[in-house]
Write a protein of this length. Sequence first.
Length: 569
Amino acid sequence: MDEEKAVSQPNGHRSVGYATKFDQKAESFQAKAEKYGKGKKKDDGAHPAGGFDDTIVPRAPPGFNVKFTFHRASKLPMADIGTMSSDPYVNATLSTTLPTRHKQDSPMTFRTPTVRRNCDPVWDSEWIVANVPASGFKLKARIYDEDPADHDDRLGNVHVNVDNISENFGGIREQSYKVKKRMGSKRAYFIRGCAAMFNRGVHMSGEVVISVEVLGKTDTDNGGRLWTVGPCNWSKHLSPMVGRLAGTKEPGKDGKTEKYAFQANQIQLAGPVPASLYHRYVEFRPFVKGMFTSTSIRGRILHHALQHQHNRIYNYDRTTIYGSFPSPSRDLTLKFLDLVHYDQGGRIFTYVLTLDGLWRFTETGKEFGIDLLSKHTMHSDVSIYIAFSGEFFIRRLKTPHKEGSPDDQPTHPPSDISNGPPQDEPPKDPAYYSLIIDNDSGTYRPNAKLLPQLREFLQKSLPGIKIVTLDCSGDKEKMDKWKNEQRERKKAEGKHTAVVQGDGGSLSSSDDEDLDQQEGIAKGEGKPSTKDKVKGKLEEPLQKVENIRKGDRVREERETEDDMAGSSR
């Protein structure tokens, strides 16, 4: 008894005793976590924790394919005073009772395209999800007003809760759900309230129309995880500021004026992603864990900075281009080739494949002077777990590939082949192209033994194109040689970036001035150094970026409080 008192109250001070006990408990819990932790590698110095995770998908009976349709909304609040309207879109999250491999796994989400200047938008966007269990689901649809210059205002929430489903489930047919105003932007509803005071036809309560339909049983032997069946949506995001920092552009079409814009791409591939493609970030530096988990001051700063950069690179605004295909097809493969500009310019791309099959990629290279652009952390939006990551590039074959065709036929790059770039337009046939993809990612370090599974998945997702995989370690010599050939071809054909013609709208005077300035620089009229150019571009919007971050933080805090209040009710 005396010994216990001595431990719990050393030097007669009770708080010190509590601290000692807490420290002992923490060490005990840490030891148990290391002993029984699922799928985590022990950091032995040579092999830091992370990378491939062999945690299996929990077993469950096969579920159902469920189609969610976001039809339209009405009487939404006005978030933009200037236009007295909103630019609404829906960001939906689906949750079920199925356990995940780790609690850090990314949730199932879906985003509709944005409808411009309309408080009564029509989306008619479909989302088909596989393996929804018989125990039902909870669908939370957040309605936002898109505002790329500041931050997106939440206009409210809609909840669709279904306790059980079966093949005989009658479904939900274009049912209207009232938007919960308390979760919305106070500014938007203040504007709506002012309008209602002067116009009796203006209502304060908005509605969203949603349908839910069970399509049948999911064809699988394990219903332990959800995945997106379709459609295969794609989007192209343009960032003029980053494009100008890179200092490169692409010739316009039909004589139209060129526009600077760095291009980021997203394609939703049809699931399921092979369950074996499962990787965690690698703790190659002490600060990395805090950055991904946002558990330290330094980690929170880095986490927020990377998420902020992700949102700016994959920015949604009026220049964003959307598209969709019902399922994998030759047309989807051609759209992918269009997004990567076929074999033009010797481009190399950095990519991340998420657990639900969302493929994000941008061009990478030394001319992109912002360090984080080529980092997989940014592309993954600081996700703890992903499916795969690395780099890829496109080469054009001399003759269309088919089963049994030789692998050593001439390609462009590096060889000059007729009937294609740089002299002619690229052929619009996937059989003429080879996608060469690797696992060159220091952030997640994907297992090279899983490259065949990645190849098989991409072959199903992009019909017609030839898929070649490279191990960044085992095939390092070949990989370096081919990438150097890409870079040399890029120098020979001229600097290009993922820049495309805009939406056809007229250019503003500031755009013309920027282009005139670039033309003067190209002619040698006071050409600034790269350092001065980057410094000037970064210092000019510094205050704007800081204001945006403050707005993001205030919005996140407000929405978190609203969500907690909503759940308590």
